[in-house]
Write a protein that binds this ligand. Sequence first.
Ligand code: PXP
Length: 243
Amino acid sequence: MGRQGHIRLGVNIDHVATLRQVRGNTTTYPDMIKIMNLAIRGGADQITIHLREDRRHIQEFDVLNITRDSTVDVNLEMGANEVMTKIALKYLPAWVCLVPEKRAELTTEGGLDLFRSEHRVRRVISLVQPKGIEVSLFIEPSLRQVEQAHALGADACEFHTGKWVLLQDKRAKQKEWRRLCDAARLCHELGMRVHAGHGLDVPHVKKVRQLPYLVELNIGHSIICDAVEKGIENSVKQMKSLL
Ligand code: PXP
């Protein structure tokens, strides 16, 4: 495990919906189902979407369309609350990933504190697991948090890699990498799956794929940005050919 070729890739397509929503959902493009199918053709093992409380990108109709049409697992990232639990139970994604959510944040800025959110997390798990939905908890690479995830009955921990990615200082980065490795080992020893994600780009994926027992990465922003860089020339050529 943790070897190249054995790690599932969840492709987070939230930012495609961001592009649609900045025009107030008045355009028929980008078509989320088309993008989903292209990601699957590219090898995505899973489609990951985050239905945020402020609905800044993914809308409830996207959850409906994507869970209905996807030929691979759908991983629904969501806050641990009653409203979102009802939505998960309605559309039955393969996975739910519980994340902390602050309204003003640009993206998910830290992991869940499973001590402060213990009751809410326990309740969501107790409602969705009996319906066949597996639950991962998005946490910092902390041994305490991993133990608590196990106590709460999680199927997987998704380790927040964002801090590690952004660290510039070499020693601090190595220290954070060791924290990720220790947390991953404990997660596996306790019988949970090791997932990771946030802020990952090509150079960091070349390293993070060495994380012990890693079975899944969820990656969004860098893939969508790369797609824009690789695609814009052809898109401009198409317009230009009409003039
Ligand atoms: N995993 C989780 C739990 C997330 O909240 C996000 C961001 O929505 C990602 C993975 C993907 O992060 P990024 O878009 O930075 O690749």
